[in-house]
Design a protein around this ligand. Structure first.
Ligand code: ZN
Length: 383
């Protein structure tokens, strides 16, 4: 007799701690920022300075002085498996906002504007506090990015971070609707006295074709609410979420993720996607030229292989550039093109490595693969 038949097993074991819980809720496109030691130190110093300022300016949530807020923070923390009480401050501001700061040691520090404390119900405030604790637990940080390409990637990643933090929020409060109700109140500033929160009706307004700005070419850091709500509802059906809430079954996480990723990519009208595709194309063209043109003779097989990977136009342009300006110039082009991919997703960076390998094999340049890969690794910092 198989007792499992009476008690179907969960797809995943319960998480052991806060960071494992956060890791399971992480949206795959929300990748952990790669910062070197020096940038980490600089960021930690800036965060510490901000924390000092907040500690002097706001009131720390505690049982003695802010009983309601403190109880909500404790409840959110315990549902998120945090072992120590997070530092939460309230500062005077009618701007409806909350934020979390993160240092490399991961200690959470949350700031609530007084306006949201007054506006939100207990459940909604718990959801928003948990969303912010999620940002801290997932080590989200604002990137300092110098050029437009890495800025677009940073914006994209920060939008992906909202999707993860929403999952943490909805997990803690138990429902996508509670967090969404809170977010709707934060957008319009109205309480139940003047607002009947009918989520579908309100979200419909944002989806109306007339209300989508023409020529919108960048996502803002908080992706649109209808998408966020839909992504939460969809994630709630996944086997990972079902297991976290003690239920067996659910739809395979991978299936749900790819659906959410597709819609996420469409949010900025595919800007980041198009840009990545363009840069990968260009990078592979330069790397391909370096691979096939280093000896004097470019064979028919080499020419055909490069065309197959990047298309005839790119292949011809890269080849004539190298003929006119020399291989050193092509090398510089390859390096600056790779620079632009430094902040692209891990998947994209791994794809470049895989393409170089395949191109080397197919064009009969197996012995050149390692040399080209070294160039890629030096720029992208992988493998
Ligand atoms: Zn957020």
């Amino acid at each position: 007799m198989n007792t499992n038949l009476q008690h179907p097993p969960l797809a995943f074991e319960p998480p052991v701690d806060h960071s494992e819980l956060c890791a399971r809720l992480r949206f795959p496109l929300d990748e952990v920022a790669r910062l070197d030691g020096e940038s980490l130190q600089r960021r930690d110093a800036a965060v510490q300075a901000l924390r000092t300022q907040i500690r002097r300016q706001g009131v720390r949530a505690s049982r003695r002085v802010t009983a309601r807020i403190h109880q909500i923070v404790c409840e959110a923390s315990s549902r998120l498996l945090l072992l120590t009480e997070p530092e939460v401050y309230v500062i005077a501001s009618h701007e409806l906002n909350a934020f979390a700061t993160t240092t490399s040691d991961g200690s959470p520090f949350v700031v609530l504007h007084s306006g949201i404390v007054q506006l939100l119900s207990d459940d909604e405030l718990l959801a928003v506090v948990a969303h912010e604790l999620g940002h801290a637990g997932l080590r989200h940080a604002v990137g300092t990015d110098e050029n437009p390409v890495s800025y677009l990637y940073a914006t994209h990643r920060s939008a992906a971070g909202e999707v993860s933090a929403d999952r943490v929020g909805m997990y803690a409060c138990g429902s996508p609707a509670t967090l969404t109700r809170g977010l709707i109140k934060l957008m319009c500033g109205l309480s139940e006295r003047d607002l009947r929160i009918d989520i579908d009706t309100i979200l419909e307004q944002y989806l109306h074709p007339e209300n989508v700005p023409a020529g919108e070419d960048q996502i803002t850091t908080h992706p649109e609410l209808p998408f966020r709500y839909w992504a939460m509802m969809r994630f709630a059906e996944s086997d990972i979420y079902q297991s976290l809430t003690g239920r067996p079954g659910g739809v395979a996480f991978a299936e749900i993720e790819s659906e959410i990723e597709d819609r996420f990519h469409a949010l900025d009208e595919g800007m980041a996607f198009l840009m990545t595709s363009q840069i990968v194309h260009e990078t592979v063209a330069w790397l391909g030229i370096l691979m096939i043109a280093s000896d004097a003779h470019v064979s028919e097989l080499e020419r055909a292989t490069l065309s197959e990977f990047v298309g005839r136009i790119w292949a011809e342009d890269a080849a004539s550039f190298a003929r006119r300006n020399g291989l050193d110039a092509a090398h510089r082009r390859a390096v600056s093109s790779l620079e632009n991919l430094k902040h692209a997703s891990l998947r994209t960076r791994q794809r470049v490595h895989a393409i170089v390998r395949e191109m080397g094999e197919r064009s009969g340049n197996r012995e050149r693969i390692d040399e080209i890969l070294a160039l890629v690794s030096a720029a992208l910092g992988d493998e």
